[in-house]
Design a protein around this ligand. Structure first.
Ligand SMILES: Cc1cc2nc3c(=O)[nH]c(=O)nc-3n(C[C@H](O)[C@H](O)[C@H](O)COP(=O)(O)OP(=O)(O)OC[C@H]3O[C@@H](n4cnc5c(N)ncnc54)[C@H](O)[C@@H]3O)c2cc1C
Length: 439
């Protein structure tokens, strides 16, 4: 039953909202309510990490951790200094959920099931006395003259709250409420997606992983020629067009797919380039160094010289210049450069050697759009961090209002970093809520 008055109302039953409410209750606050618009709180936790939930990442030092947040970055050193991945691991352990580290640093529940994380959070909320009302969407929040808020819910009900936590993720309703309460908004754009090539012969290699590659992404020439501020997309949606030629670089594993490119290096690239890619209309030029940056032009020339000596009588298609270079990729590069795979190494002329070396170090692809999202999908943009006290997550514009999770202009790369921000921001808000309620 909806109360007519509450000490703390958390709008949004996602990971950030749950953590804020549980942490506040465990620190001594009472009369806490979560209002969740849908009938399934923690839905994204349940579907996360391919059904396994990548809860956080074994990146223990906040100085390193912040490097994984394209939006947020250095500003998050303070919050992560108070609640880091190690604290999240200990918190879940204390609530009966053990996390297990994988070789790449990602941490998952020992059960390998996201439902364990959902169950842990729900049980912790019940034990701490937090009440969650499902199917209750916050529609508006009016500040009251003496402090606190009158909350209007979808369907006409209302209640009064001394303090309000907005934890509505990237849902437009939460952004609208934050804006009505005096906050600015960085326009939301998608982050963490794959890249599409259109119909291209490389896609025949779908399933091939090359690890590592070096990627360099640049906008199309026409985006640069456009006058500043003029964009093919609504200016309000994308902000001003970039004024200078931007280049984004990443190194790591690349997966070739039937639509183009995916894999950790691509997801990291699109996360850091999310705003530029949007401004470029998702058209760009991607340069790939298939050697992973390990070979200089002189090294590559030396590899070819030794291949021509040692493999002189072998055909190009049957003998790669070094064994770890993928067979299918090598065949594709030969074909794409129009070089006969039946040619013997001894007969490979200077011009063809140069073209192949260029294909190996500077292979250029025209990106035609966004591919499907990876396993994880987040929105860049939201309430600017400068408008929030990052020690407490309380609004600098509206006392008594707290903002946590993806609603803020923070997003991380794939690997558990997005949930970590939810745990950190939620926990900090919880401490301050308890302190405020108890004083
Ligand atoms: C498919 C997928 C997989 C992912 N996997 C991972 C992963 O493995 N690891 C990782 O770190 N991150 C992952 N993410 C990202 C992660 O899920 C989000 O960063 C995180 O859920 C954000 O948490 P939040 O609490 O801020 O918002 P949300 O999880 O979006 O929760 C917000 C809640 O508020 C509710 N709500 C919205 N508006 C209102 C309103 N007006 N009134 C009341 N309730 C409202 C929503 O229904 C929702 O339940 C994944 C995302 C997706 C989509």
């Amino acid at each position: 039953m909806l109360p007519s008055r509450a000490s703390v109302v958390v709008a949004g039953g996602g990971p950030a909202g749950y953590m804020a409410a549980i942490a506040a209750a465990e620190a001594g606050a009472t009369d806490l309510w979560i209002l969740e618009a849908t009938s399934e709180p923690l839905h994204k936790v349940r579907i996360s990490g391919g059904g396994r939930c990548n809860v956080t990442h074994a990146c223990w030092d906040p100085r390193d951790l912040v490097g994984h947040y394209p939006r947020g970055g250095q500003a998050l050193r303070g919050p992560f200094g108070r609640f880091a991945p190690g604290d999240a691991v200990a918190w879940f352990d204390a609530h009966g959920l053990q996390l297990v580290e994988e070789a790449d640093g990602r941490l998952f529940p020992r059960s390998n099931r996201s439902s364990s994380v959902v169950d842990t959070l729900r049980a912790a909320a019940v034990t701490a006395g937090v009440r969650c009302l499902e199917g209750q969407a916050l529609q508006a929040a009016e500040p009251l003259p003496g402090g606190g808020f009158r909350l209007l819910l979808r369907g006409g009900a209302s209640l009064q709250a001394d303090r309000l936590v907005l934890a509505t993720g990237s849902h437009p309703s939460g952004l609208r409420i934050a804006s009505a309460l005096g906050h600015g908004l960085v326009p939301p754009v998608p982050s963490l997606f794959t890249l599409a090539l259109g119909s291209h012969p490389l896609t025949a290699l779908a399933g091939v992983v090359v690890d590592p590659v070096v990627l360099e992404l640049e906008g199309p020439a026409e985006a640069m020629a456009r006058p500043a501020g003029v964009s093919p997309l609504p200016a309000a949606a994308v902000g001003a067009a970039p004024r200078r030629r931007q280049r984004h670089r990443q190194r790591g594993p690349l997966l070739i797919t039937h639509w183009g490119f995916s894999g950790p290096a691509i997801l990291r690239l699109t996360a850091f380039a999310a705003r530029d890619l949007r401004a470029w209309g998702y058209r760009a030029s991607l340069r790939i160094d298939w050697t992973g940056g390990s070979l200089s032009p002189a090294d590559l020339e030396e590899r070819f010289a030794s291949a021509r000596r040692e493999l002189a009588r072998r055909q190009l298609g049957a003998a790669r210049p070094w064994p770890s270079l993928g067979r299918r990729l090598w065949s594709h590069l030969l074909e794409a450069r129009g070089i006969d795979p039946g040619l013997r190494w001894a007969d490979l002329g200077r011009g063809d050697q140069r073209r192949l070396q260029e294909a190996l170090r500077q292979d250029i692809y025209a990106i035609r759009g966004r591919g499907p999202f990876g396993e994880e999908f987040v929105t860049a943009g939201g309430v600017p961090l400068g408008e929030v006290n990052l020690a407490t997550m309380e609004s600098r514009r509206r006392p008594g209002l707290f903002l946590v999770g993806e609603l803020l202009d923070v997003d991380g790369v794939t690997g558990g970093f997005n949930f970590q921000h939810c745990w950190s921001s939620g926990w900090l808000a919880g401490q301050q809520l308890a302190a405020a309620v108890l004083t």
